[in-house]
Design a protein around this ligand. Structure first.
Ligand code: NAD
Length: 375
């Protein structure tokens, strides 16, 4: 089986789907790998390093299986061979046009976002590996933008109090933001609507912010949060607005899969913050957790710096690519037989769950709903 790696074409995308270290392991297991010239450049891997690892430099769309990072463009879908397999981020719940084009092209596609979050598939979980990068970077952006120290300092010129940081949403990105802000010495509080995360927040040395929302627990299927009702959201925003006023920095990461990000930080909450404070809104990509966020921009509003970074994993391409490549390697492991041939077992929970299009049809339920296709 030949695995092909194209050079990513999306603006600002510096990651690559396979790194030489992983290519070497795949080749040792009997697979052939073809890498497009320059594919690893953004993540600091030269073509020569891929060749040394056993890959050929050539057409990134020629393989039985094409592995990508960003969703394919229409042009890229056109380059996929009939009956080929594509693995990558496909945004199955929101990018209906891409999904329809893949089905029309006869591509068997697998979305990294749709891999079931079960123990057996943890090593394939790209949502987690990339969210780890985002959370880390978000805390660094907050520290960088804040005109104050994160840690407490005792100096000859006086004592500096530590920064107060609030992390909203304690999924994978939020927990990493908490850990990073703690390592920098900030006093961290965090809030999530899933009460299961209280312990995890506390184990990182942060405090769980108790909001009197009259909410038992908003955990839904698969460990994700359920959307809150309008009244619950309103109450949450009001309670948060008060708390946010006491913070130096807010890092917001709250998300509900396939939906617009919940609005948690109102313009009033921003006004409650002291001048110079910072908000880093990781949910900018899906509409933002803060009312004043401008996706892709860092703006100053009401005297508060509000950063709405997009695609943070691409801003740390080396490790983001290494982790992603290991996720891909692990997924390929369940797709090939002992002779290193493609052998897709659609009875397998992981294969079936991640499959978006097959035999000209959209087979993933969520993607079908998003594309308006009735079963
Ligand atoms: P996510 O990116 O979908 O959401 C981020 C966080 O925002 C979540 O913790 C969510 O509860 C929270 N949130 C949603 N609405 C909110 C609101 N109104 N206010 C405050 N917070 C809000 O989440 P994720 O990081 O992808 O993780 C989702 C779940 O998947 C977690 O339970 C996580 O433990 C689980 N998970 C499982 C595995 C596995 O078993 N393989 C791996 C990783 C994560």
């Amino acid at each position: 089986m030949n695995v092909a790696v194209p050079k990513e074409t999306a603006a600002g995308e510096r990651r690559v789907a396979l790194v030489p270290e992983v290519v070497e392991r795949l080749v040792q297991s009997g697979l052939q790998v073809t890498v497009e010239a320059g594919a690893g450049e953004g993540a600091h891997h030269a073509d020569a390093a891929y060749e040394e690892a056993g890959a050929a430099i050539g057409d990134g769309f020629s393989g039985d299986v094409v592995v990508k990072v960003a969703p394919p463009t229409a042009e890229e879908i056109g380059r996929l061979g009939d009956g080929s397999v594509l693995i990558g981020h496909l945004q199955p719940l929101t990018a209906a046009e891409t999904v329809r084009a893949l089905a029309d092209r006869g591509v068997t596609s697998f979305a990294m976002e749709a891999i079931p979050r079960i123990s057996r598939a943890q090593s394939m979980d790209a949502l987690s590996s990339q969210a780890t990068v985002s959370g880390y970077r978000a805390a660094l952006i907050a520290a960088q933008e804040l005109p104050r120290f994160f840690p407490m300092l005792t100096t000859a010129a006086g004592t500096v109090r530590p920064a107060k940081v609030l992390v909203l949403g304690a999924g994978v990105a939020g927990l990493q933001a908490i850990a990073t802000a703690r390592r920098l010495g900030a006093i961290v509080q965090a809030f999530d609507v899933r009460s299961a995360v209280k312990e995890q927040i506390e184990s990182l040395g942060a405090r769980f912010l108790e909001l009197d929302m009259g909410l038992e627990d908003a955990e839904a299927a698969g460990g994700y949060a359920r959307p809150l009702t309008d009244e619950e959201q309103q109450r949450q925003r009001e309670l948060l607005a008060e708390e946010i006023g006491n913070m130096d920095a807010v890092i917001s990461t709250a998300a509900v899969p396939g939906r617009r990000a919940p609005l948690l930080v109102t313009a009033q909450a921003v006004r409650n913050m002291s001048l110079g404070s910072v908000i880093v809104d990781l949910a900018a990509e899906t509409g933002g957790n803060c009312e004043l966020t401008e996706p892709g921009e860092t703006v100053v509003k009401e005297g508060v710096t509000i950063a709405g970074p997009l695609n943070l994993p691409a801003s740390m391409p080396d490790h983001a690519s290494s982790l992603y490549a290991r996720n891909i390697q692990s997924l390929l492991g369940v797709m090939v037989n002992e002779n290193a041939e493609l052998a897709l077992d659609f009875e397998d929970e992981v294969i079936a769950g991640a499959c978006i299009t097959r035999d000209g049809q959209i087979v993933h339920e969520g993607a079908r709903d998003a594309a308006g296709v009735t079963a």
